[in-house]
Design a protein around this ligand. Structure first.
Ligand SMILES: [Mn+2]
Length: 429
């Protein structure tokens, strides 16, 4: 008999992948772990009977000759499957999108970097022209949406979006999807959220803003990951880590972040857990709250890195410079000839400030073209250091009248940041 299973704390992607497998492998049965995400539990409350899945508990593994593992690659993430890990001759097939840390040896592996594991299975079902009911399509879409933050996470691929379109064609019901992705939390979770907001420590390392909060919590809270993500978004952090202690023997660490600035999965693996570059969790055993938080802080400080500093993207300053003695008319001619947003005015003591194209044109218009630029220079043009992050530069550019920012190293002008420089950085051309 072929059985299908997935990780404990089963989320919609895991359930959707399991159910997709029951369509892909006729005659197979899905074994559902006992611990489910609260929304998944609510979903199973009314859909359980019409899906070909049954609780892992009470199922005799003796009958199993083939095992399909979905949305996981580790034996310890499965519920009570150790007996199969040692069974000779067992066929093992894996469908997963966690690229690191797998330890299940498979005869057949489908592991690809997509936003949701169910995307991999849907591609095959579509290829085979399998019949998909609107109810199934709705569950599969829940899988894609919950693992990709409704197609907003950077982990999303075009393949996930294509499968979303495929599911809508097959009748996926967005009203149902929205009802199960509801963001509301109960009073206990709301209290924890308040503590995260008040008690979190925010550290900045290598221009990366990370929040870490260590809290004692009641046991039985099942939506902590969602709170950590909310905390991150509300505080505008690049990454957030919650260290939660529900009993004295262990702490649970949950991390969420932008993979561009920090690899959350790598930090979790260092703590003995797992995850993706953007999300992960770990259980730290026999360690108190303070010590656990200290370990997380250390790994975060070592693992942060914003490579995107203005020193790496700035342009040479030469073509943006005018001498304080030049006339406004002369400078207006330079503006007319070149594609310059603004200019920097240099005096004997160094950078005096900036001059915008509009100011220059206006001066000439009102007959002040022969006045030296010195009289028009705006001294408080933004000045950055080479190690200022591009993100900060983007924020400053929004208010920069001259459309350029000056980069100074120890008082010496070393570069100019233009909007084009920042665009190249933002889109990683
Ligand atoms: Mn997944």
């Amino acid at each position: 008999m072929r059985i299908i299973t997935t990780h404990t704390a089963t989320d919609f992607d895991a359930l959707a992948s399991m159910v997709a497998c029951t369509l892909l492998y006729p005659g197979s049965v899905g074994l559902l772990p006992a611990t489910l995400n609260p929304e998944v539990k609510r979903f199973m409350g009314i859909h359980g009977d019409i899906l070909r899945v049954t609780p892992r508990r009470g199922f005799d593994l003796e009958q199993a000759t083939s095992l399909v593992v979905v949305d996981a690659g580790n034996w310890r993430r499965l519920e009570d499957m150790d007996a199969l890990a040692r069974r000779d001759g067992l066929e093992v097939i894996c469908w997963d999108h966690h690229m690191e840390g797998a330890d299940i040896k498979c005869g057949e592996t489908h592991r690809e970097e997509v936003g949701a594991a169910v995307t991999l299975l849907l591609e095959v079902l579509r290829e085979r022209d399998a019949a998909i009911s609107p109810m199934h399509a709705t569950l599969f879409l829940l899988g894609i949406y919950s693992d990709t933050g409704c197609l907003r996470y950077p982990s999303v691929t075009a393949r996930d979006a294509a499968m979303m379109a495929f599911l809508l064609e097959n009748g996926a019901d967005l009203n149902v999807v929205t009802a199960y992705l509801d963001d509301a939390v109960d009073d206990d979770h709301a209290e924890v959220f308040g503590q995260l907001l008040d008690g979190g420590e925010v550290l900045t390392a290598e221009n990366v803003k990370v929040g870490i909060a260590a809290l004692k919590v009641k046991s039985g809270l099942t939506c902590l990951a969602r709170l950590v993500e909310k905390y991150r978004r509300l505080k505008g952090l690049d990454a957030a880590f919650g260290v939660f202690q529900a009993d004295s023997r262990k702490c649970m660490v949950i991390g969420r972040g932008s993979p561009r600035f920090i690899d959350v999965g790598a930090i979790m693996r260092a703590l003995g857990g797992g995850g993706h570059p953007g999300a992960g969790s770990a259980i730290i055993k026999r360690t108190g709250l303070d010590e656990s938080a200290r370990r997380v802080r250390e790994l975060v400080l070592a693992g942060c890195g914003d490579e995107n500093v203005v020193g790496k993207v700035m342009s040479p300053p030469a073509r943006f410079l005018v001498d304080e003695g030049e006339t406004m008319a002369g400078v207006a001619a330079r503006f007319a000839g070149g594609n310059l947003p603004g200019l920097l005015v240099l005096g004997e003591a160094g950078l005096l400030g900036g001059l915008s194209r509009a100011e220059c044109a206006k001066a000439v218009e009102v007959g002040r073209g022969e006045v030296p630029v010195k009289g028009f220079v705006r001294p408080n043009i933004p000045r950055l250091a080479p190690d200022t992050s591009c993100r900060e530069a983007v924020a400053l550019m929004a208010d920069a009248r001259e459309g350029i920012l000056a980069v100074l190293d120890g008082g010496r002008l070393v570069g100019v940041v233009t909007k084009a420089d920042l665009l190249f950085q933002v889109y990683e051309f």
